[in-house]
Design a protein around this ligand. Sequence first.
Ligand code: ADP
Length: 474
Amino acid sequence: MEIVHVAAECYPVAKAGGLGDVVGALPKYQTELGHVAKVVMPMYRTKFLYNHQWELVHEGGQQIGSHWFHYSVIREKTNELGFDLYLVDINGLTDREKIYGYDDDTERFLAFQIAVCDWLSKWQHKPDVIHCHDHHTGLIPFMCKYSFAFQNALRDVPTVFTVHNGEYQGWIGWDRYYLIPAYDSWNWGMLDWNDTINPMASAVKCAWQVTTVSRSYMDELKQSANGLENLFQYETGKSNGILNGIDTQVWDPMTDNFLARNYDRELVEKGKKKNKKEICGQFGLDPDKPLVSFIGRLVGEKAADLLPEAISQSIYQHHGKANFLVLGSGDPALEETLDHMKTQFGGYFNSYIGYSEPLSHMIYAGSDFLLMPSRVEPCGLNQMYALRYGTVPMVRSVGGLKDTITDFGDWQGFGIRFDQASVGDITYSVGRAIDLYTNRPDLHQWMREHMMSIDHSWDSSAQQYIDIYQGLKK
Ligand code: ADP
């Protein structure tokens, strides 16, 4: 099959979170299964762009509102990522350093989607499926079906839409209706949700199939989806939850170049000890105490707002028997608080405010526990990286965390689970972690070896997506 993935992120080209990891890995595994998987994304000004060779494959022009724009599509020459990578360059719109966060993000991603539809409609043959990821690509299923400019060429091409995060929906006021390529106004309802153009809702309505990144998240969206609950209930017949995998080539403690020492299951104790010593040295923490870390966006979804209170309570209540480390960026007030806490709790707590891929790898390897108190977690990749690096995940029972982690109190369990995103539940779980680390070293070691043997690679999930695409063939 020929699959075209369209997304705003793709590791290692540009990544802000799990979406990038998934789009950088799934096509690779689909290619290994014998299919032709391609990724199309906006051309940002990233290091990857300047360090690689490109060939021009298409140039075109289209209209966004009354504005005519020119775009070009370039392809990475060496196929280094294990699949064909295409970047869409729209002068002045896509070519920025950051992925998101500009006032004109609506125009940027709309123009990108229009350019993608325009380019695909010019192909001599048609792909077997167009797979769109999250709201930045959510209007493509609508445009393929209903936009006059594209429907003749694309209306019969199956579209699949994956919800990586239902909280962000890309809302566009109806006062900007003119930005959407012309369509029969009879179909305006396919764009609308609660009197707003809602790209996520539109994709759920128009795509041939909808998927989310775990089964539990699919169920949760029917109860809580930032206003789209009824829609997810209504479209349940064409919806599936498929758990994300991880790229086991990128995330392998035996070959990971970012680590101070590589290790596998047999060498886990020594390997983690060395990495922990390194990271504790760097952050002024005590390597003899259990190290509990958090990696992620500092936002409400991840319950990052609870970290300051939960960490200080844990330090007081458990008499400083554990160390804490936070890597993340997001809410500026929270960033500041976590920065201040470094001095207040020096020797027990430290933080790195910012984004650092190398440091994240070192923290997965050097920590004993990885804390994820998320309020919402569609799949969560961090806990799977933690498993692969022999780090015990401490997770709230929600979404993909519920689907991948069992509590060590249960039979053959290998993680720590708690029910509420609350300071009390986190502090209590830190107590369990300290007890496990201090008083039950044999069990802790067994858990490490066991979790490292769990297969969370993409092999089975990549095939599940193929099965879905096959089911859409006429
Ligand atoms: P989400 O996509 O909701 O942010 P996921 O768990 O799906 O959460 O994916 C998060 C990804 O982003 C992981 O690869 C994690 O290591 C990475 N990540 C998050 N914050 C940072 C950071 N500050 N520095 C480095 N990597 C980060």
